[in-house]
Design a protein around this ligand. Sequence first.
Ligand SMILES: *Cc1c(COP(=O)(O)O)cnc(C)c1O
Length: 385
Amino acid sequence: MQQIYLDNQATTPLDPKVFSAMEPWFTEKFGNASSRNHTYGWEAEEAVEIARESVAATIGALPKEIIFTSGATEANNIALQGAAKSYQDQGRHIITVKTEHKAVMDVCQHLSKDGFDITYLPVDKGGILDLNKFEDAIRDDTILASVMHVNNEIGVIQPIKELGAICKNKGIIFHVDAAQSMGKLSINVDDMGIDLLSISAHKLYGPKGVGALYVRRKNPRVQLQPIMFGGGHERGIRSGTLPVPNIVGLGKACDIAADVMIEENLRISQLRDTLLKGIRAENPNASINGSMEHRVAGNLNMSFPGANNEAIIAAVPDIAISSGSACTTSTMEPSHVLLALGMSKNEVYSSLRFGIGRFNTEEDIKIAVKSINHCMKKLGKMSFV
Ligand SMILES: *Cc1c(COP(=O)(O)O)cnc(C)c1O
């Protein structure tokens, strides 16, 4: 049975247009973008540079400020470890937030073992970081702050532009994990005061295994020590033969997003509202986790008091939904994001994430509403839930 895919925060399906753009680069155009002596190399290099321009244009950057990586996890690692190593003489304090993705949290944990002092700022009930708390946390020895743009579990949007202005004012490097916002919100690295920005292709209808790190070249020129060594590709920051088909796919995904973003957000937010209304109609005590006002279109995260999320998921086999982040479900720990909102463990274990994307239809949402409501009725009849 083909499940209806409603887990677009875990990954998005590849857009067929992206696939078409990638295809020739797997087959007849197989050159190494670093080969200088023949047309195979030249055409691959040209394709990479066109993709680099697409990525740069999407965030208001220069092409030479874009470093291709294997994804946002690697981009976050290069950004945080690379900046920490470069700036440690100026201080060893780093600021981040309790609701960050593991690809930031675990890097920070690693850095703290290396003698860096990490501040994990709390968020309010809506999941939003307080600007005053952020500013107050900055010390003389603070070198870097890392705040995600959009949260992968609850979809809430942090006030990046305001945070960026504070960082500029205080002279600290500002890193933003934009894996969930790229292609969904407009991003301009200059307007938002961003120095380092991580993106991932597979969250915007591109292929898995590719992403990028934006590295500011002016005001300030950000220094990053590489964390991996090899052929000196990507300005020495990320050695390794470039995956040309994947990079072409990322570029195409950015081009498409720029074209469709506004219209798509409108359509997806209508689907999300239909889903919410449909669930609420029969489950009036189901509550929304995180701010609804500051949230991307495709995300809905809800608690179903008295029910267990794993039991719900097992009881709705026709839809693909998640109990939280794909990266933390394997550990079965309660979501650190939902705990940071002040929710109890029981509330966390009753929470579901719905992720609506480009290829979902009204029919999908109808089926999802029906399945959830049917399941909740069934579970409600069982005394032990
Ligand atoms: C998916 C995701 C990542 C990891 O990206 P990969 O490209 O899969 O390594 C990092 N941060 C956030 C917010 C994400 O949603």
